[in-house]
Design a protein around this ligand. Structure first.
Ligand code: 5GP
Length: 193
């Protein structure tokens, strides 16, 4: 069978620091590309449409759901998030390592549909530290912080379904482990999608 690039799912509690770790791994591995998702949430300060997310209205989002344009999608903290299918397929075909940074419902959809795709979860050392990091980020209202902590508690029960769990206690060490996971991930046939 012909093999192309790779597809890897990275999840983690909001505030676990996965963005920082991923940035370091991407710096080390230029063949990695980040799949830009569609979301209905408002942009945070400094976020750019088409770079961080494609910011769309709920109507536009539903239209994509109906067209079957998503590889997976999920509702999370009263917003919707989805991975555009065509882009992922094209980049896997081009031999890239495509990284989906998605929450657990989406990761479970990928597991169900494409069991050969590896899943990795990044966590903070504990929930007290997680809440501290969320606050430190300073981009969220108290209400949104509490919503994110509740989401983390719900996500907890799915962590055991991931192929690997990495504790982000120190960025360099976490990045070393994630890089190894990316290298060991199996190649994929882009026609799977
Ligand atoms: P945030 O609003 O903090 O950017 O993202 C909230 C959560 O949604 C994070 O856990 C993030 O990984 C996840 N997420 C971002 N894009 C997608 C997507 O396309 N699909 C799914 N299922 N989750 C996503």
């Amino acid at each position: 069978m012909h093999m192309d690039g790779k597809l890897i799912v990275v999840s983690g509690y909001s505030g676990a620091g996965k963005g920082t770790v991923l940035k370091e791994v991407f710096r080390r591995m230029p063949q990695c590309v980040y799949s830009v998702s569609v979301t209905t949430r408002q942009p945070r300060e400094g976020e750019k449409d088409g770079r961080d997310y494609f910011f769309r209205t709920p109507e536009q989002f539903e239209e994509m759901v109906e067209r079957d344009a998503f590889l997976e999608f999920a509702r999370y903290t009263s917003s919707s998030y989805g991975t555009p299918k065509a882009w992922v397929k094209e980049n896997v075909k081009a031999g890239k390592i495509v990284v989906l940074e998605i929450e657990v419902q989406g990761a479970m959809q990928i597991r169900e549909k494409y069991p050969q795709v590896p899943l990795v979860f990044i966590t903070a050392p504990d929930f007290t530290e997680l809440e501290r990091r969320l606050r430190q980020r300073g981009t969220e209202t108290e209400e949104r912080i509490q919503m994110r902590m509740e989401a983390a508690r719900r996500e907890q029960e799915y962590v055991c379904r991931y192929d690997k769990v990495i504790v982000n206690d120190q960025v360099e060490r976490c990045a070393d482990q994630l890089e190894r996971f990316f290298i060991q991930a199996p190649a994929l046939d882009a026609d799977t999608f």
